[in-house]
Design a protein around this ligand. Sequence first.
Ligand code: GLN
Length: 474
Amino acid sequence: MSEIITPIQLVTSVYKRLEEWKHLNGVVTSLAPKAIKHAKLISQTPMDNSNLLMGIPFVMKDNIATIDSLTTGSSKILANFTPNYDSTVNKYLTKASAINIAKTALDELGMGGDGLYAATGHVLNPWNPKHITGGSSSGSAALVAAGIVPFALGTDTGDSIRKPAAYCGIIGFKPTYGLISRNGVFPYAPSLDTVGVFTNHVEDVAIVLDNLVHHDSEDFTSVHSTQKDYVKNLNTNIQDKNIAILNYDSYQWTPDIKQAFDDAVNSLVTDGAKIHKINFDEQLLQALLPVYMIISFAEATSCHANLTGINFGERIAGNDYSQVMTNSRTAGFGDMVKRRYIIGAYALSANYQEELFNKAKKVRRLVVEALTQIFKKYDAFIVMPTVTSAPTIKDVLEQKKVISSKHDYLEDLLLLSNLNGGPSITIPLTTVNNLPIGININATPFNDQTVLDIAQFLSNYINFNNKMLGDENE
Ligand code: GLN
């Protein structure tokens, strides 16, 4: 007979583990008193076997509002911000009796990809603390990878769930734009922002989706979706699926990673999928990063204009309101964010709006059109989220000091699903020198089930859990 554990015992053990992994620096605010109270309440409620989230602990990125608990966006400017409202996702999860354990560190306000730009400091990779977790949903990724919680919420505007998932050896899922409510989530770039989830199993993604996918009248981009029952519909039959591999021949493969990738692809072929190697339009590929930067930085500049220290944010004194704003913003934002606002303001300025912001939106349309053509022929496409494992913190900080003209455009392929709003999932593929490498699957908007199905098939084949963190026999 299996041992019974009460929600309070479970939550207590999670906090103990969190303490053991404190050095990862993944937490901004612990929700301990509330979480324990919640666990007590659940312990007194009759067990509902149909509710798979009942009593399950989770953590949430700190740009997602939790009523009456600090929500800082990992920015100094919001260091004392305690919302008097709850995000829709927190409401749903609380209603499902899942237990929110902590708010996790992010690259300030969602801006960054390394996990090095939170006001609370660097987030460390549980596989090796000398290495980055990736970002911006860094704390959420680290805590799921360390096995502290079975799932965590993050947000993804440019790759912020799917890249840290790759670096941390876990699953990172970005749903179709509008499928999960963003009510109560700090915007970074609202035309791209999505809320998504980290887990260790594809089925767990489906469980969370079953609880979070609802139309929300509080979010005007929330969609009425006919897709539902993600767990029930999870299906590993990939017979006759047409799957494209993007830019296979352009990657700088190392033999081990190529072998792992080829094996995974062959497993799809063996089970009846049809694989097609295709290249994404070269010119559009090179435009992905600039288009993303201009659109997201411009939207952020506009959205964060309310963080002035007057209506919102930490106030630094000054002689008049414009000095208060300048002082507050100067002290409140980190360098990464400031740099982005400068570029964003430039792209929106009267002289350059047509040439930069409007042009970026036009090129985005071309990218969406190119993807629409791809999805006319294929059910899904696969890319590598990265072909290298997480770099060391030291190397990333060194590289930031020099402006490099070298850029690997293939690293930008994760942006495709932000630009067209499609579902995208990273799952672990293999490890190299004891650090994980992922693989990423994408489908057309509203085909979230397709990416989950293919991910489930591949996860069964790859069987990464056998190689998980701390496994000596690897
Ligand atoms: N890495 C990307 C950036 O630096 C993605 C950020 C995100 O998705 N929030 O902006």
